[in-house]
Each structure stands twice: as structure tokens, then as C-alpha cells.
Design a protein around this ligand. Structure first.
Ligand code: ADE
Length: 229
């Protein structure tokens, strides 16, 4: 998988991409990440990339021309997806991450300021939001997307079985988990988990996952009901 990020703040990514699973996945050549600085594509001697909106109103917009030039400078592969990160996009979910992980190249444009000139939308495949809140720009959001997709790529986590049991897999939250010590400050590990009865453990975990989901995120169960209708 090739990630290509277009940003006004390339420095934002230097340490983040050099840690943990993103670093390991790059070292194993399972992913490649290219950060493209938008600034050199800016207009005029000052390399301007933003301007005031027609019709007035506060804030600055990202200009369409530098964005298109930056996009055009990236060599494309056939199975690619061009994504604009914006709070106006479709909300990112685990399902969406899975769909995105099937592509060979994700070109991610980090929006900034009060958004991008509407005409840039003709050049992208989809708009994605990481949630119903506003952050200062798409850079943080792009790291969420890159990490979320990377961990779904075969070979990255090294123990794929764990993916099938985690939160949001089967549209449920994860079940409670414990490690040593067996008792901490009076709190005991549930006896069933040390029983060695794998069938009973699996049933207990399913029951707990359902219970926790019903309590904390009943909306997920509603969605599941609708999917099965
Ligand atoms: N830029 C600002 N807020 C954002 C969000 N919630 N998702 C993606 N990009 C953003």
C-alpha cells in the first residue's frame, strides 16, 4: 500500500511515521508513505496556497490550483483512491478502513483553514471525516486513517487472529480482558478465564461483548438489526 499525503505541514509527520507499527510496516515494505509538501505548488513568488473566499465571510480557503498541481505531480497506480479529509466528509468507520485497505494507493489531501475551493472536489473520489468535531486540519486525521488502514494490511500485526476478535469486528465492542496478576487490589480475574474451558470462554466473551455493546453503544446493535432486515 502506498500512502501519499498532500499537506502544508510536512514536518508534522516526521516523528509520527517513524514510530511503532507505521515504522515496522515501512521497514517490512508492507507500506510506503510519501509526504508531499503543498507549498512549492503555491502561486507566485510567495507560493501562496490560500486566499479569501469570494462573497466575503471570515477565514481563508485553500486555492484549487496548487492542490491540483500537487495531485498531478504524484505518479498514480490503477487501484487508487483520492481522499480529502474534511469535517464535512463521510464519517470514518472500521468498515470504511477495511474497504480502503483493499486499494494499492491512497492519496490523502489534508484540508486546512476554512476548507478548500469547491472546484477541487471534482478531482477527488471521496471526502472523509474522522468524527463529528473540528480539528485544525487534516494532518492529524490523516494519521488516524493511515494507522487504521495499516493495521489491517496482512503481515503488519503479525498475529492476524487478534484482528477478528477486536472491538468493532462483528460490529460489537470488545469483551473485557485481563492479564497478570490474578488479583489486584481485591479485584479478581473472572474464574472462567482461568478454567481452561475454551468453549465456555468463547461463549462468555460473546455474551460480555454483546452486553457491553448494549450498555455503551446501543446504536451499533441497531445498525446490525437494520443490516439483517
Ligand atoms: N479537518 C478538521 N476537522 C476534521 C475532521 N473531523 N475530520 C477530518 N478532517 C478534519
Amino acid at each position: 500500500m502506498k500512502f501519499e499525503v498532500i499537506t502544508l505541514f510536512p514536518g508534522f509527520f516526521t516523528s509520527a511515521l517513524d514510530q511503532s507499527i507505521l515504522k515496522k510496516a515501512q521497514n517490512k515494505a508492507l507500506i510506503e508513505i510519501y509526504i508531499h509538501d503543498l507549498r512549492p505548488f503555491g502561486l507566485g513568488p510567495h507560493k501562496v496556497c490560500d486566499d479569501v473566499p469570494y462573497g466575503g465571510g471570515g477565514g481563508m480557503l485553500m486555492c484549487v490550483e496548487p492542490l491540483v498541481k500537487a495531485l498531478e505531480s504524484i505518479p498514480k497506480v490503477p487501484q487508487k483512491r483520492i481522499i480529502l479529509l474534511t469535517p464535512q466528509g463521510e464519517k470514518l468507520t472500521q468498515k470504511k478502513l477495511k474497504v480502503l485497505s483493499e486499494y494499492d494507493q491512497l492519496i490523502i489531501v489534508c484540508g486546512r483553514y476554512h476548507g478548500v475551493d469547491e472546484r477541487f472536489k471534482a478531482y477527488i473520489d471521496e471526502e472523509i471525516s474522522i468524527g463529528d468535531y473540528v480539528i485544525n486540519g487534516g494532518e492529524t486525521a490523516s494519521l488516524v486513517l493511515i494507522e487504521g488502514v495499516t493495521r489491517l494490511i496482512p503481515g503488519v500485526l503479525g498475529h492476524e487472529g487478534s484482528l477478528t476478535q477486536e472491538t468493532f469486528e462483528h460490529d460489537l465492542l470488545g469483551y473485557p480482558q485481563y492479564t497478570r496478576p490474578p488479583v489486584f487490589a481485591g479485584q479478581k480475574v473472572p474464574g472462567i478465564l482461568v478454567s481452561g474451558d475454551h468453549k465456555a470462554i468463547s461463549q462468555w466473551r460473546k455474551k460480555k461483548a454483546l452486553h457491553i455493546t448494549r450498555k455503551k453503544r446501543p446504536d451499533l446493535l441497531d445498525e446490525l438489526d437494520h443490516e439483517q432486515d
